[in-house]
Design a protein around this ligand. Sequence first.
Ligand code: SF4
Length: 368
Amino acid sequence: MDHIPFFRARLLQWAAEHPRPMPWKGERDPYKIWLSEIILQQTRVEQGLPYYEKFVAAYPTVTDLALAPEDELFKLWEGLGYYSRARNLHFTAKYIATALDGRFPDTYDTIRALKGVGDYTAAAIASFAYDLPHAVLDGNVYRILARFFGIDMPTDTPAAKKEFTRLAQQVLDAERPAAFNQAIMDFGATHCTPQQPRCATCPMQPHCVAFQSGRVQELPIKSKKLIKKERYFCYFIFHYKGDTWVRKRTGKDIWHGLFDFPAMESSERPNWPESRTDMEQWVRTHLFQETTLDFQVTQVSKPYRQTLTHRQVAAIFVELDLQKELPVHLPAFSEVQRVSWADLKKNIAVPRLIDWYLQDKAGTLSLF
Ligand code: SF4
């Protein structure tokens, strides 16, 4: 590791020459830094930026966030996905507002103990808000260190985590932790990127092991691939006098706390009916249990897909016009509630997959 001083100096020089302004940069308020870090987990900066601005405007302090009704907060979060982040944000804001009298924790360990805060986020808050010497370690940092120092350990193992944490801490400029952490994150996001890193113009080139040995595309190495379980939903969107029916998702399942439409679900690739008439018959048998309810299937969407951390979700949406109220006493409709379309649009948070469909609804939908 002879080239640590070189790496550190070149990185800080690169950052000085490539400023990347963001609304949270230079921010010292730990609440706003925390907010930006939680929003940016699993989210691209361009996508997260307007959310950060909306949240800071709606909830300028941690106490304001703590007092927000959950449904309002979820609505503001809509489109960002991974709603467990929004839930943890709310839980933690309430904890800070009540148990800590609104004072944000100010040591690495107390920040790390907050719900929804991992090693990376704790290091980011500790360094940006309090200038504490804790190195951030995320995918960007793994990649840069693996390439520059030529480390060919698979990065997704506990041993690698230990080794990279040690190295990141060793490389950190303890005198300027905030500037260094920001620099390495920016360098990974814009210069030493996963695909097509800018090696030709890179100030690290003379001592970058991956570049010098022609292994840039090879590093970092991953050993395991996550096997994602599949889930299939057939959603039923009922129309009756300008209203529809939704249900709030509860329990420990995905999308907990959000609303979706009544649905049939399967973990195997289902054979949904392939024509509107067949779908009508299928709905009459399976949902309406042969009741004489008068309805019409008006359209069936193409499949929509979303990849979550541990799940692959696919859904189709069936639109139905009803001549009468939905028979909510039937088992398929337990816990549904009737809402107006205007209310759904303005006040009810739905999973991203459903939001995509609703946004497409005005456009062209592929029908069977
Ligand atoms: S030379 Fe290429 S691989 Fe090495 S640090 Fe620079 S951009 Fe990354």
